[in-house]
Design a protein. Structure first.
Ligand code: APR
Ligand code: PHB
Length: 394
């Protein structure tokens, strides 16, 4: 058994864990990252690509905004098109003065890995059998194996950044943990295609189900269609995907969509989930380890960044000023932003999808929600502010 000591052990080398590691390192706080998968596996994951202004600014503030500003695309907002109704634009630029940033999570993770490697970070990839010990003491530890070697890391704190399926959340006793969940009766089938995208990010409401146009770069488009949870990708040839997508977009847009062979195809189930509290003893959860949002609104990565912002500030205050104020407030502060994003993504999901069990009343309410957006500037402004996310709290 190799016995190692550090200040913060970070479980999970996704965007949350790597960003936390980067910020702590630059603040002189020693940390070790444990990632179950290989770096190649982490970098092959395809996730949403829309950053809120605060998330984009965080990347700049920590010295990781260069590629995003060079290759990402500033967007004044997101479009909604609706069968038999006028289009609507969630105009964040107009109402909040702030644009969104289109930059893929895969690129961000690449930038993070590159920076961590350049700085000589301690990252154990393919770390298996991670177990968390003694988080209710001031001497917590984590054990794991890598290949045939066994390790024990003792640290002051453990950051659980290990996503929805990781062990960190489960380490909080069930007597303390409260979980809130909504599972939706559909998924998103997404494909990547090497064709120029539409100009905007567009959600299309259609009575048969939602469709969406997203983008990664001038030659890479990402499209989605709502599918029943029971479907698998084997049910969806490229031809069936394109037929469905084009049918759900209005003619003036579907005529502009450039189709082609998919280079990736996957189905993601939709879920809203929050686990409270986000800290227990010396363990602090961040990102998908503590909460999941449905992809409508693309809040997942943005929430991971706000958690990391709060947690890194709290740890810096602890080490540099001897104050635990922000550590004690971490869960409460992070959760305020989490619930705001849960609310927005749930509301947008309800607005834009066909629910198999809905009745005519539900449809009328949905149409009324949309008509309010079309006609009321108060609703337009409110949605724009929700869409950019709450500002980080002092
Ligand atoms: N031991 C070590 N690492 C683990 C373990 C484990 N037992 N279980 C999971 N992990 C790793 C995963 O392999 C993954 O790389 O934790 C990482 C968690 O990364 P993400 O799932 O990407 O979550 P997070 O960093 O919180 O990022 C949130 O990314 O996943 C998307 O939709 C999500 O956009 C959101 C954002
Ligand atoms: C994406 O970029 O893939 C994306 C964008 C917005 C969403 C979901 C996904 O709401």
């Amino acid at each position: 058994m190799h016995n190692i000591k550090t200040q913060v052990t970070i479980i999970g080398g996704g965007p949350a864990g790597l960003t936390l590691s980067h910020i702590l390192d630059h603040a002189g706080i020693e940390n070790i990252v444990l990632e179950r998968q290989s770096k190649e596996h982490v970098l092959s994951r395809i996730r949403a690509g829309v950053l809120e202004p605060a998330a984009a600014q965080l990347l700049r503030d920590i010295g990781l905004g260069e590629r995003m500003d060079a290759n990402g695309k500033s967007k004044d907002g997101t479009k909604i098109v609706w069968q038999d109704r006028p289009d609507f634009f969630i105009d964040t630029k107009k109402w909040t003065g702030q644009p969104m940033m289109a930059y893929g999570q895969t690129n961000i993770t690449e930038d993070l890995y590159e920076a961590r490697e350049r700085d000589g970070a301690q990252i154990y990839t393919e770390a298996k059998g991670v177990q968390i010990h003694d988080i209710d003491t001031s001497d917590p530890s984590v054990t794991f194996t890598q290949g045939t070697e066994q390790y024990k890391i003792s640290s002051d704190y453990i950051a659980g950044c290990d996503g929805f399926h990781g062990p960190s959340r489960q380490a909080i006793p069930t007597s303390v943990r409260k979980e809130y969940e909504r599972v939706y009766p559909f998924g998103w089938l997404g494909i990547m295609v090497e064709k120029p995208p539409l100009e905007d990010f567009i959600y299309a409401y259609h009575k048969d189900g939602m469709a969406m146009a997203a983008q990664r770069n001038p030659m890479l488009s990402r499209y989605y269609v709502q599918v029943p949870t029971s479907d698998s990708i084997d049910d969806w040839s490229d031809q069936r995907f394109w037929d469905t997508l084009l049918h759900r977009f209005p003619e003036e847009l579907s005529s502009k969509i450039q189709t082609g062979p998919s280079i990736e195809k996957s189905i993601a189930p939709l879920r809203s989930f929050v686990s409270e509290p986000m800290s227990f003893g010396t363990l602090f959860l961040a990102g998908d380890a503590a909460h999941i949002v449905p992809p409508t609104g693309a809040k997942g990565l943005n929430l991971a960044f706000s958690d990391v912002y709060y947690l890194s500030r709290a740890l810096q205050h602890h080490y540099s000023e001897g104050s635990d104020h922000y550590l004690e407030k971490y869960s409460e502060m992070a959760l305020r932003r989490v619930w705001a994003a849960e609310n927005t993504s749930w509301w947008l999901t309800k607005l834009l999808h066909y629910f198999p069990d809905e009745d005519k009343f539900d449809q009328k309410i949905r149409e009324n929600d949309y008509d309010l957006l079309l006609t009321s500037e108060d609703h337009q402004r409110a949605l724009a502010y929700e869409y950019i996310g709450l500002p980080f709290e002092d």
